[in-house]
Design a protein around this ligand. Structure first.
Ligand code: UGA
Length: 430
């Protein structure tokens, strides 16, 4: 049966806006994505995608008929039934999320009283919905519903996460609006959780905080394993077999990064402080992560002594493989700590362009891991890019000035690397 094509306006053509827009169009809705960045809109109109996200370009291309990009506000709102807010909410000086872009979108809706619902996709503090409700009322949109529809998509797999979610969460101030938003997702096979706006806002923050907690827990267990001679990989894979705990997000490493966990955990902590509450567990989760990102420096010093004048190769700069995203990447902390110690930093990454997001990271970029390793005093596997498994490590052991390798992601085999002559260190493994 033919379903009715629904008209959706998406504000913001970043990661979230583009994935949301493309997927809603793919589900059969008619979508107009608006951004105020002229260059970004030009790129999208030309059929290109301004960042790396697998499957997104193809999805945009095959939905040309139903998916348009524009700078024009009137064109965006003319036929829209639902307006999605998908702008970024970076941390502000106080630690609270900076909602200025959200409010600017909400203000721009004045006059669009024909909208049936305004939907928040951006990650916002609990209570934002109530402020948005008041702003919409002031703008004359008293009959327009407000809803929170948080996203749970991970970069690098955002399209498939959107289309195959574990759940769709809709917090709405009006049941009809919740039904309308659920209908936009028709074709996705997942439970739809409808709740109040504040609870939906909290689901997003709580989910990311618990995922970050699992990783910090794994990292703390890994340190304990190092101190006691146990093997963290063995321990955590056995722990994860308990179905009550689950195997996911228990990989120890050099700490979590990215555009979500660091920002969202800080925002949740700030939200708690604003209510006069000190969240002890969440604070420890953040502390463990900050320490984890710096532990590698101490381990390098234990082997190399003073790091001044040393050439250190960072293999992988993106905050995780499969993306070019450098936001809050552990590599940036490592690079600047190494520089502060007087070391020279070399780096390799197949996608990320260090320096673009973090201009203070001055690392010499190499075209291949082998070139970065040639003559280095030590190397750190920072991001578990699969191509690092294929490096000719025997050759690297010979071309490095000192064959010292810190495997921050437990990507390689300890016995094999030691067999090649490496002083090989990893996370939580003897
Ligand atoms: C994360 C969540 O996974 C998504 O559900 C959420 O929607 C998204 O944030 C968001 O709020 O927008 P993302 O930041 O793209 O997605 O990346 P993840 O794959 O979750 O990885 C986050 C960090 O944790 C990375 O630095 C990764 O290396 C690290 N990690 C992950 C570990 O160190 N160990 C693990 O076991 C898993």
């Amino acid at each position: 049966a033919d379903r009715r094509e629904r008209q959706v306006a998406v504000f913001g053509a970043g990661y979230i806006g583009l994935v949301t827009g493309a997927c809603l169009a793919d589900l059969g809705n008619r979508v107009v994505v608006r951004d105020i960045d002229t260059e970004r809109v030009r790129i999208l109109q030309a059929g290109d995608v301004p960042f790396h996200e697998p499957g997104l370009g193809d999805m945009i291309a095959r939905n040309k008929e139903r998916l348009t990009f524009t700078l024009d506000l009137d064109e965006t709102l003319r036929d829209a039934e639902v307006a999605y807010v998908c702008v970024d909410t970076p941390p502000s000086a106080s630690g609270d999320a900076d909602l200025s872009k959200v409010w600017s979108v909400v203000r721009s809706l004045a006059g669009a009283a024909h909208l049936r619902a305004v939907v928040m996709k951006s990650t916002v503090p609990v209570g934002t919905g109530a402020r948005a409700r008041a702003a919409l009322d002031n703008a004359g949109l008293t009959a327009t519903a407000y809803a929170s529809n948080p996203e749970f998509t991970a970069e690098g797999r955002a399209v498939s996460d959107f289309m195959n979610p574990d759940r769709i969460v809709i917090g709405a101030d009006d049941p009809a609006a919740a039904a309308l938003i659920a209908a936009l997702h028709e074709g996705i096979n997942a439970p739809v959780v409808t709740t109040d706006v504040r609870s939906a806002e909290m689901v997003k923050l709580a989910s990311n905080a618990l995922l970050a907690t699992k990783i910090s827990f794994a990292n703390e267990i890994a340190t304990l394993c190092e101190n006691t001679g146990a093997d963290a990989m063995e321990v955590l894979s056995a722990v994860g077999l308990d179905h009550r705990l689950g195997p996911h997000f228990l990989r120890p490493g050099i700490g979590w990064g990215g555009s979500c966990f660091p920002k969202d955990s800080e925002a949740l902590r700030q939200l708690a402080s604003n209510t006069g509450f000190h969240p002890m567990l969440l604070s420890a989760v953040i502390d463990v992560n900050n320490i984890q990102k710096r532990r590698v420096i101490q381990k390098l010093k234990d082997v190399l002594g003073d790091l001044a004048g040393r050439e250190i190769a960072l293999l992988g700069m993106a905050f995780k493989p499969g993306t070019d995203d450098m936001r809050e990447a552990p590599s940036t902390v490592l690079a600047s700590r190494l520089q502060a110690e007087g070391a020279s930093v070399r780096c390799w990454d197949p996608l990320a362009q260090p320096g673009e997001v973090e201009p203070w990271v001055s690392a010499t970029r190499y075209a291949s891991p082998e070139k970065a390793l040639d003559g280095a005093d030590a190397a750190v596997v920072v991001t578990e890019w699969p191509q690092l498994r294929d490096v000719d490590w025997a050759r690297a052991a010979a071309t490095m000035r000192r064959p010292v390798l810190f495997d921050g992601r437990n990507l390689l085999d300890p016995a094999q690397m030691r067999g090649l002559g490496f002083t090989y260190l990893s996370v939580g493994r003897p």
